[in-house]
Design a protein around this ligand. Structure first.
Ligand code: SIN
Length: 544
């Protein structure tokens, strides 16, 4: 039996792995593909936070911007915890070797993004997540107490007693790199599997983001909250033949402006003598223009695209210094080069894409996962939370701490992940030290008897595409009751279909992912139907 199993290798999983291993515990770090296959690794913008924890005014300003972005639904206590612990956790990252950009005087260079009233985002050019991953992976690889399981898919959590009032997680079943299921007994399990952008056709997320951890925990009795709040990033590069590629909001923080094709034409006719921001459609939607919060900007882009019939809007940088931009945003510059585009010279076609799951597993302030009321058996009903699921923790995008409310403030997610990773780590270490002897357990093997090999994966590929179409068309940026009900019917059919295959076939990655995606898609749809007010990211035309 290992002491701690951590599933997922983004900032949350890696950070807590180091914490537990350095405290002397044996850690199994399980990740579906390679360690670098995580949303963190793709994060461009940065990590928001005040570096001087004694500067209470600055910390409070961060809290206020977080609450404003969250549209009245943030948990203020959690926002205070996260903003005031930022300095310590960012210092930890720096100690791990993360190099954030500094100016010539050696001061950290702070970026600006939508919804922030001042500059407070640390970054490493436009590849902040990759730099954090680099440093933390280096730490994990050199820590002998961490055993890394790559190409290893967590299948399901193991409960000590399925019928007990107080349920306890005692390990998990995984599908190893040899495609064989195996049992991993563990005294504590931390889920850090990230979000589920793959539920949608257009997403900025890597292919691993299929909501596996949420689905697994729900099957074990966990509750979820706020799943109706799916954040679409307004500016994903929209070019035929390429996946949506994130164009960081920090580019708008440095002056880039959103325009329609028509506005851009008008602007070029003025010989670019007027500031482009004054012609941008965004001013009709918010006084902060292209730097309004993400929910507002994404919906504004969507509505302009629907009005004009264009498949994108434009992100305009021609009024800015192209060389400076290329130096500050090298990842983006490189990607654009593939398409013959240049910052400072060409307008960039962009469109909203699913980016971040604001809701997730309902957790307390230590990352412990709330067990749902099994009598009602509705994972989205959090009105009667009783106990936590002992031995189970959720950290990072998979969890819903209440920090983000109805809409996440830009660059608050890496911060939340590292703060809660630390807090959950503290709780795990406390629990392990209270029980010095590992319990003797004899866990069952994964059910294999009578299962056959799946002969054809093609139907799964079709079902996955159908799920993504349903979610994009009926449960997307702008919702309607009838479309949500239609989605429910379609997802019910898909669910029946997948369960039929599941009951007779050995698990494969494709089958497990699809099963998890269907479960989560249904929960997002149920939560969307249940929310009867338009707030933050949830926008239903029948409620407007
Ligand atoms: C971005 O760089 O625009 C994304 C950062 C975030 O999602 O917070």
């Amino acid at each position: 039996m290992v002491d701690v199993t951590i599933v997922g290798s983004g900032i949350a999983g890696l950070f807590v792995s180091l914490r537990c291993a350095r405290a002397g515990y044996q850690v199994a770090l399980v990740t579906k593909k390679q360690l670098t296959d995580s949303s963190t690794n793709w994060a461009q913008g940065g990590i928001a936070g005040i570096l001087d924890s004694s500067d209470e005014e600055a910390v409070q300003a961060h809290v206020l911007d977080t609450l404003a972005a969250g549209d009245g639904l943030c948990d203020e206590r959690i926002a205070n915890i996260v903003a005031s612990e930022a300095a310590y956790r960012i210092a930890d990252l720096i100690t791990e070797g993360v190099q954030f950009d500094q100016d010539q005087e050696g001061e950290y260079d702070l970026a600006m993004e939508g919804g922030h009233q001042r500059r407070r985002i640390l970054h490493t050019r436009d590849a902040t997540g990759a730099e954090i991953e680099r440093a933390l992976i280096q730490g994990c690889r050199s820590e002998p107490r961490i055993t890394i399981h790559e190409d290893c898919l967590a299948l399901d959590l193991i409960l000590e007693d399925r019928h007990a009032e107080e349920r306890r997680i005692v390990g998990l079943w995984c599908l190893g790199s040899d495609d064989q299921p195996f049992t991993l007994p563990s005294r504590a399990v931390l889920l850090a599997t990230g979000g589920a952008g793959q539920l949608f056709r257009q997403t900025t997320n890597p292919t691993v983001a299929t909501g596996d951890g949420i689905a697994m925990a729900v099957r074990a009795g966990a509750s979820v909250r706020d799943l109706e709040f799916v954040q679409f990033h307004p500016t994903a590069l929209a070019l035929a033949g390429d996946r949506p590629f994130l164009i960081t909001e920090a580019l708008r923080g440095d002056g880039a402006v959103l325009m329609t094709e028509e506005e851009h034409r008008r602007w070029t006719q003025t010989d670019r003598t007027v500031p482009p921001a004054t012609l941008s459609f965004m001013l009709k939607h918010h006084a902060n223009g292209s730097l309004a919060t993400r929910d507002i900007v994404a919906r504004a882009c969507d509505s302009e695209m629907k009005r004009s019939g264009d498949a994108h809007v434009l992100l305009v940088t021609e009024h800015l210094d192209g060389e400076e931009l290329a130096e500050r945003f090298p990842t983006i510059a490189q990607r654009l080069q593939r398409h013959g585009l240049e910052l400072g010279r060409d307008p960039l076609p962009v469109a909203p894409a699913a980016h971040y799951l604001v809701g997730g597993l309902a957790v307390n302030e230590w990352g412990e996962v709330w067990q749902r009321d099994m009598a009602a058996d509705d994972p989205t009903n959090t009105s009667r939370l009783g106990n936590v699921l002992a031995g189970l923790y959720a950290i990072g995008e998979i969890s819903c701490t209440g920090l983000h409310g109805a809409n996440r403030l830009a660059s608050n997610s890496l911060l939340e992940a590292v703060v809660f990773s630390h807090r959950a780590g503290e709780r795990v270490l406390e629990a392990l030290s209270e029980e010095p002897e590992p319990p003797q357990v004899d866990l069952p093997d994964w059910r294999v008897d009578g299962l056959t090999d799946l002969e054809e994966h093609a139907p799964l590929v079709h079902d996955r595409a159908q799920l993504r179409s349903t979610m994009s068309d009926d449960v997307g940026l702008v919702k309607r009751d009838a479309r949500l009900r239609r989605a429910t019917r379609r997802l019910d059919l898909l669910s029946e279909e997948v369960e039929r295959i599941w009951l007779r076939c050995r698990p494969t990655v494709e089958l497990v992912e699809l099963r998890n995606m269907v479960l989560l898609a249904r929960l997002v749809t149920v939560a969307s139907l249940a929310r009867r007010e338009n707030v933050g990211l949830h926008h239903n035309l029948d409620l407007a």
